[in-house]
Design a protein around this ligand. Structure first.
Ligand code: NAD
Length: 508
């Protein structure tokens, strides 16, 4: 079916139409759940309809996926890498359209939409190399004629539940690695970004089909909490990788733990940038702007707290307020736009509620603080002067609201940085080696991402991504994150004729 609006016609190039079935089950698109309409956050107009999955669709998909898992885990890892390489190439041919869709449906600006898809391509490249490096150790045995080694085997099925703000990059972080590790992937995308879930699935499964592989190696569902709950409870799913709020993540973890499943959590952040008295202020101001305003404050790594040394407090603040005046707000697909809308009208309401709470707790609005009257979900980029001890500062308000606060010395700044429940990303601006090494050391930042002279956001895929405390402790993407997607067997092989026991035990 054709699209009502001309500017949506490009979606047909990535397999979408005005009405779409939201589940990819054993090679077939089907869906028997409720119909939802995907809307453009910039004007709240409909883009297309999607039929979500029902629990019956889920069951059918999981049966096929379980069968596919038996085949996929036997494909040699470098051959699995070759499939992921082809997925990267297929994404390259659709980069512009997919990036545009991310921007249209999620509301982030176009360069960020394209960047999100590029991140998956980078993950594909990384995973191809990884497919030849899923190495275990050979360990010296204390017993004669014994060999000890580690084997890494696939888990079977990895469930991936994702959030609206990175509607496809997060499935890329998980799926690329899960696939080369020999697992099938079951993906439940965010309920408000179903078109991205469908378009991404089409690219991945197109490659599986071309290679005559069981299509259920990648199974995906559009849907909400009911499908998410089914994934959490499902004993066929060895690892549930959940990205979203700390509140929902904790619930999911409890369910997965109850059945002794593995859980990988990527939850809420509340990230700080510290600017020391010796910092390059121009650099810091540019970084803070990108970190606080980028993706309209809807990144898990968004800078929400700016900690300024008292001696440069006013200078940085003046420059920042000046830069904020120049932020171009508008259509995320428009040229030069820096700040698009919030994702939903509900997010806009929660911004308004947040501002009221901020004021009631002594926060002083220095700029912004209001919604922008328009058809879309636009709000003003906001800077608030507030005490680090205010309760509201400890929570993640998912909007472009930056709390500014003063400190006297490094110790105090680190204490403020670490004083929130979340522990995702953090950054310091300084040139002093002694400050840098204290910051990254045992008494420094307690976050999973600890940066120097760069913003809190915009991580590279080569490192392990994730955070501590209420952020959930998971690590995804690079480094040795792959180990979470496999099971490790310690194998001891006796190639002699005696039975010597470890620890010198003599038994009989
Ligand atoms: P959310 O917690 O509302 O939803 C996340 C996902 O969980 C969605 O797919 C949703 O449908 C599903 N879900 C909802 N209820 C469920 C249930 N009872 N059982 C199982 N699944 C359920 O989060 P959101 O609003 O989509 O995303 C924003 C949040 O995600 C922010 O807190 C942000 O910081 C966080 N986030 C974290 C990272 C990270 O890497 N740490 C990355 C992106 C987003």
């Amino acid at each position: 079916m054709v699209f009502a609006r001309k500017e949506h016609e490009f979606l047909s190039e990535i397999g979408l139409s005005s009405r779409n079935l939201g589940c990819y089950v054993d090679g077939t698109w089907k869906a028997n759940g409720p119909v939802v309409t995907s809307v453009n956050p910039a004007n709240n107009q409909a883009i297309a309809d999607v039929v979500e999955g029902s629990i019956e669709d889920y069951e059918e998909g999981m049966r096929a996926c379980s069968e596919a898992a038996k085949i996929w885990m036997q494909v040699p890892a470098p051959k699995r890498g070759e499939i992921v390489r082809q997925i990267g190439d297929a994404l390259r041919t659709k980069l512009q359209q997919l990036g545009r869709l991310v921007s249209l449906e999620m509301g982030k600006i176009l360069p960020e939409g394209i960047g999100e898809v590029q991140e998956i391509i980078d993950m594909c490249d990384f995973s191809v190399g990884l497919s030849r490096q899923l190495n275990g150790s050979v360990i010296p045995s204390e017993r004669p004629n014994h060999a000890m080694l580690e084997m890494w085997n696939p888990l079977g099925i990895v469930g991936v539940i994702t959030a609206f703000n990175f509607p496809c990059a997060v499935v890329g972080w998980n799926a690329c690695i899960a696939l080369v590790c020999g697992n099938c992937v079951v993906w439940k995308g965010a309920p408000t970004t179903p078109l991205i879930t469908i378009a991404m699935t089409r690219v991945v499964t197109g490659v599986l089909e071309k290679n005559n592989l069981p299509p259920a190696i990648f199974t995906s569902f559009c849907g909400g909490a009911d499908i998410g709950q089914a994934v959490a409870k499902d004993t066929r799913i060895s690892l549930v990788s959940f990205t979203g709020s700390s509140k929902v993540g904790q619930m999911v973890q409890q369910i997965v733990n109850q059945r002794f499943g593995k859980c990988l959590l990527e939850l809420s952040g509340n990230n700080a940038i510290i600017v020391m008295d010796d910092a390059d202020i121009l650099l810091a101001v540019r970084a803070v702007m990108f970190a606080a305003v980028g993706t309209a404050g809807q990144r898990c790594t968004t800078c929400r707290r700016l900690l300024l040394h008292e001696s440069i407090y006013q200078r940085v603040l003046d420059q920042l307020l000046d830069v904020y005046k120049q932020i171009k707000i508008g259509d995320p697909l428009g040229k030069g736009t820096l700040l698009g809308p919030l994702h939903t009208s509900e997010s806009r309401k929660s911004f308004e509620r947040g501002i009221e709470i901020i004021k009631s707790q002594g926060g002083k609005i220095l700029t912004g603080g209001s919604v922008i009257e328009s058809e879309g979900n636009f709000v003003q980029p906001t800077i608030v002067e507030i005490s680090p001890n205010a309760d509201v500062v400890k929570q993640e308000l998912f909007a472009p609201v930056l709390y500014v606060m003063k400190f006297q010395n490094l110790q105090e700044a680190i204490e403020i940085n670490n004083s929130v429940p979340q522990g995702l990303s953090s950054s310091i601006f300084t040139r002093k080696p002694e400050v840098i090494f204290k910051w990254i050391g045992p008494q420094g930042s307690d976050c999973g991402i600890v940066n120097v002279n760069i913003p809190t956001n915009g991580a590279e895929i080569g490192g392990a991504f994730g955070g501590e405390k209420a952020t959930g402790g998971g690590r995804e993407a690079g480094s040795d994150s792959w180990k979470q997607y496999m099971r490790r067997s310690t194998c001891t092989i006796n190639y002699g004729n005696e039975l010597p026991l470890a620890q010198g035990i003599n038994f009989g």
